[in-house]
Write a protein that binds this ligand. Structure first.
Ligand code: ZN
Ligand code: ZN
Length: 254
């Protein structure tokens, strides 16, 4: 694994070379699941996909575990991969799913969104409501006081919930981000947030700089919907999982 001619091609594709103090536009998929929770593929395959999609960084946001994040950090460090890993997790709150980024400590599940957000803020992280208003997705149907709203979730093919989430985020003046919510490596990068952050990765751009930029709303969305065939495949897997599930086996998927 490794990125070929990474820096030079990247600068060329962005059209210019940065001067010190200038902000870079970095591409992130902020919502990905690995086999550490209910994703199909392992962390290494996800990192390879992220490189292939020419992302600058990712957040692996497994359900109520930081294991995927820690694995990604270790692989990136050991193999010197040119990707910024934002430590993340998708927390199952009492009202629905919430992405917590910048976390090295796992927020307890089952607490209210407000309590969870307080936990995240006390540890320097940011809280993003994932796929609000989506039916059947453990979604929240309100926007608690958070740092940003996921208004583009590539798994939602009908798009009404994304549209409504955007309306609500706009009226609340909250930053808007995208995520693929990928549960397989091939859908990594279908929801991309472009973050305008201080410096670039080669000039000291780090996780705190990315979190600051999201908090400040220096974000833009770039996304393509999951293709219908991939979506149907995911639905079939989802239904099978639930049909085969034992009555007392509760999962917090999607
Ligand atoms: Zn979710
Ligand atoms: Zn998710």
């Amino acid at each position: 694994m490794g990125r070929k001619n990474g820096g030079r091609e990247r600068e060329k594709s962005r059209g210019k070379v940065q001067s010190p103090g200038e902000r870079g536009h970095l591409r992130f998929d902020l919502h990905i699941h690995s086999s550490c929770s209910d994703g199909r593929d392992g962390v290494e395959a996800i990192l390879e996909a992220a490189i292939e999609k020419d992302l600058d960084g990712i957040a692996i946001t497994d359900h109520d575990t930081l294991e995927g994040t820690f694995q990604a950090e270790a692989i990136v460090r050991d193999k010197k991969i040119d990707l910024l890993v934002i430590p993340g997790v998708e927390v199952s709150t009492s009202d629905g799913h919430l992405l917590a980024l910048g976390m090295r400590e796992l927020p307890p599940k089952g607490r209210s969104p407000e309590e969870t957000i307080e936990f995240v803020h006390h540890r320097g992280g940011i809280a993003i409501v994932s796929h609000p208003y989506h039916l059947f997705r453990h979604a929240m149907f309100r926007i608690p006081p958070c740092d940003a709203v996921e208004v583009y979730n590539s798994k939602y093919i009908f798009g009404i919930a994304n549209w409504w989430a955007k309306k609500r985020a706009e009226s609340l003046g909250l930053p808007m981000v995208a995520g693929s919510d990928a549960h397989m490596a091939k859908t990594v990068g279908l929801g991309v947030t472009i973050v305008e952050a201080e410096g670039d990765r080669k000039k000291g751009c780090d996780v705190p700089a990315i979190l600051d930029a999201i908090r400040a709303g220096r974000v833009e969305i770039d996304g393509k919907k999951t293709s219908p065939s991939v979506f149907v495949g995911q639905m079939v897997r989802w239904v099978k999982r639930r049909l085969l599930r034992r009555p007392n086996d509760r999962t917090n998927g999607d």
